[in-house]
Design a protein around this ligand. Structure first.
Ligand code: DAH
Length: 350
């Protein structure tokens, strides 16, 4: 191999070893730079006779072109490699599943409350909301519940400080105080009409909401839901209660052969009082009596506390448990599941 071929080989090898553009420029300087080896060869020609100069010059030029071609090729290769690295770093893995935003939904008990409101709404009942922190008066006294009633004990009721209208002192143990609150407003609104000898338009309302008791097991939670119902007029009787509640249950459970039983019971605020049981004729719960509500004819003392004359106005009330209705409707056997906030459970109702 002659000297020039060896030089081309040396340059190509040196370029190949350059791992970065900077290395490559250094290598280039060694061969093509001002005092590089090709330049030195050119300078060395000065002493040669003219004939030899021509031949030698052409040979050196060929070698120089070969070295420049090797340089260009290596520059391109390094640039390609760098681009390749960059592409890899910025690559998107299109096979990775996207992060989806989960679709929210209503809580099963909220679904039940909506259903209750829609059904009673279709029967002409208003829907009322009231405070969860109540006074003794609305929660007990106005509802004819005596001083020594067990519900008033610390074992059953969460008390807080206070005890005045401005500073209520307990977490309501039921939605029944809404009977008084709603009726008092309604009566006030129609007082003038009644004073002028007119008849008050009927009170027809349900009051759903949260209620609280010192209680916790598979079927009791310290916070639970109730829905109160109240219908007061001049001639509203137990038959009306039976018709309305039977209609409600059959619509709610979408079961026309559902049977209801009104079992005599006691509540301070109703007289007579009845516990309402239902029985499915088909399905997994068929044949069993299941308690769903308390009810009764509103006690005269309670009617009086509403601001009405019990000789003139009469009606019925009921209080049911939407949590229990939800459990029966969906076949859930542990109430606590509703309040644990576990999406694996909750998402099944969407
Ligand atoms: N408030 C009662 C309770 O929490 C339920 C109840 C019973 C409500 C009879 C009523 C009623 O309106 O008439 O156990």
């Amino acid at each position: 191999m002659n000297e020039l071929d060896a030089l081309v080989d040396a340059a190509t090898g040196s370029f190949a070893q350059a791992a970065t553009p900077a290395d490559l420029e250094n290598a280039k300087a060694q061969f093509l730079g001002k005092s590089g080896r090709v330049t030195e060869l050119m300078k060395g020609m000065a002493a040669l006779p003219v004939d030899e100069k021509k031949v030698r010059g052409a040979a050196i030029n060929l070698a120089k072109q070969a070295i420049e071609a090797a340089l260009t090729a290596r520059r391109q290769a390094l640039a390609d490699a760098e681009l390749q690295l960059q592409l890899q770093a910025e690559a998107l893995d299109v096979s990775l599943p996207g992060r989806q935003r989960q679709q929210g939904g209503l809580h099963p008990v909220s679904l039940t409350l909506e259903r209750i409101e829609a059904i009673f709404g279709s029967m002409g009942f208003d829907v009322a909301q009231g405070p969860e922190i109540e006074t003794d008066w609305f929660n007990f006294t106005a509802l004819n519940t005596p001083e020594d009633h067990p519900a008033r004990s610390m074992h059953d009721t969460f008390y807080v400080e206070g005890g005045t209208e401005a500073a209520p002192n307990l977490l309501r143990t039921h939605t029944s105080p809404m009977q008084i609150r709603y009726a008092v407003q309604h009566v006030k609104q129609h007082r003038a009409l009644m004073d002028a000898g007119g008849v008050m338009p009927e009170i027809r309302v349900i009051a759903p909401g949260r209620t609280y008791r010192v209680d916790s097991d598979a079927t009791h939670s310290p916070m639970f839901h109730q829905c109160e119902g109240l219908w007061i007029g001049q001639n509203v009787n137990f038959k009306d209660l039976k018709v309305v509640f039977t209609d409600f249950c059959r619509t709610f459970f979408e079961s026309n052969d559902l049977v209801l039983r009104f079992r005599p019971s006691f509540f301070p605020f109703t007289e007579p009082s009845a516990e309402i049981d239902i029985q499915f004729q088909t399905g997994p719960l068929a044949g069993r009596w299941l308690e769903v509500a308390g009810s009764g004819q509103v006690h005269p003392n309670v009617v009086r506390n509403m601001g009405l004359d019990p000789e003139n106005y009469i009606g019925f009330a009921f209080g049911m448990g939407p949590d229990r209705l939800t459990m029966l409707r969906y076949g859930v056997n542990d109430l606590r599941l509703f309040f644990d906030g576990d999406l694996r459970f909750l998402s099944q109702f969407q």
